[in-house]
Design a protein around this ligand. Structure first.
Ligand code: NDP
Length: 322
């Protein structure tokens, strides 16, 4: 079968599309024929070495497809089932073996592309606004990279919870998409000072929560956008990691909270995985959550997909098709 392998850390060029052996099936695993693999920003961190993983590896942490075969101990899935999963390495491939407890069924009315687009970014947006900071009616929320994969989903979920959304984006085209997703205000942080814009929009009050996935370039000003007892939710590093911060500054700035959450911890139990994924799938099926899946690449073109994602040339979800 074909897969995208990485043997050393580096730029997009270190990803190699090659023939590999079929993955071996453990007793608690299902063999999934991959129909769509989701690309996520974390894949670029794992490829570059910002997040160190054992090499060589097959990249990719999310896919949707059809169960071909199950191990002897598998009880809840059978050949022919339509499934999706996240947080299991090896999704940039034609086949993957996935532990049963990581699989969820894709409901009727949700396509493979939607299944692959929903799991990692959808469950992330879910935990950010339902658990890390529970958004309530009237809460003011600042969402950076608002036209990105997580961003567009988070806007919709926060709006559905009654929140007021201020989004930041780098281009006019992305601003239109963030508005269409429901953002009340959009700031072009490539041109405007987002901190003073947030203060202006909120009449000086600041926001209750900042969802910051950009990291290094936005972190300090993001903290200064918060109202008293506000939540600084740093969940990514698209511009580079935040390496220096003095927690003592959180006190005088209003007894602020700071957290650095990861999806893995918020879907660690079967119960939490099922809660989040079923909410996301139901919202998609009901039309309460729109996925923007515009960037489809054949698996062989994975290098271009990473170039586009890291070059800020994409919006919404990127999908690889084997
Ligand atoms: P996106 O589609 O959001 O792509 C990243 C976006 O970040 C770009 O489109 C760009 O939007 C913005 N950006 C700002 N500065 C830079 C920069 N210097 N280089 C590149 N991009 C930049 O990706 P995802 O939706 O896959 O992920 C979004 C973020 O969320 C990532 O940081 C990812 O690591 C994080 N994440 C964290 C999870 C967790 O559990 N902690 C889980 C899932 C994702 P613009 O042009 O508008 O600035």
């Amino acid at each position: 079968m074909k897969a995208v392998r990485v043997t050393e850390y580096g730029g997009p060029e270190v990803m190699s599309y090659e023939d590999v052996d079929m993955p071996s099936l453990g007793g608690s695993d299902a063999l999934v024929k991959v129909e769509a693999s989701g690309i996520n920003y974390i894949d670029t961190y794992q490829r570059s070495g910002l997040y160190q993983i054992p090499l060589p590896t097959t990249l990719g942490l999310e896919a949707a497809g059809t169960v071909e075969e199950v191990g002897s101990a598998v009880t809840n899935f059978k050949a022919g089932d339509r499934v999706a999963y996240t947080s299991v390495p090896g999704a940039y491939a034609e086949y993957a073996t996935v532990p049963e407890d990581k699989l969820v069924a894709i409901p009727d009315g949700v396509s493979f592309n939607e299944g692959a687009a929903a799991m990692l970014q959808g469950c992330t947006a879910h935990y950010l606004c339902k658990s890390t900071y529970l958004v309530k009616e009237g809460d003011r929320c600042l969402i950076h990279a608002a036209a990105g994969g997580v961003g567009l989903l988070l806007i919709q979920m926060v709006k559905n919870a009654g929140g007021f959304v201020i989004g930041t984006v780098s281009t006019e085209e992305k601003a239109v998409l963030a508005k269409e997703a429901g953002a009340d205000e959009v700031i072009l942080y490539s041109e405007q000072d987002f901190e003073s814009e947030v203060k202006r929009i909120t009449d000086g009050a600041g926001v209750n929560v900042v969802y910051d996935s950009v990291g290094k370039a936005t972190f300090e000003k993001s903290v200064d956008c918060l109202s008293k007892l506000g939540y600084m939710v740093l969940y990514g590093n698209a511009s580079g990691p935040v390496t220096e911060f003095n927690p003592a500054t959180l006190g005088p700035k209003g007894s602020l909270f700071l957290t650095r959450p990861t999806l893995f911890d918020y879907t660690a139990s079967r119960e939490s995985l099922e809660w989040r994924s079923s909410d996301v799938f139901n919202w998609i099926a009901d039309g309460n959550l729109n996925l923007r899946i515009e960037h489809l690449y054949p698996l062989v073109d994975v290098q271009q997909a990473h170039i586009d994602l890291e070059g800020r040339a994409t919006t919404g979800k990127l999908i690889l098709t084997p």
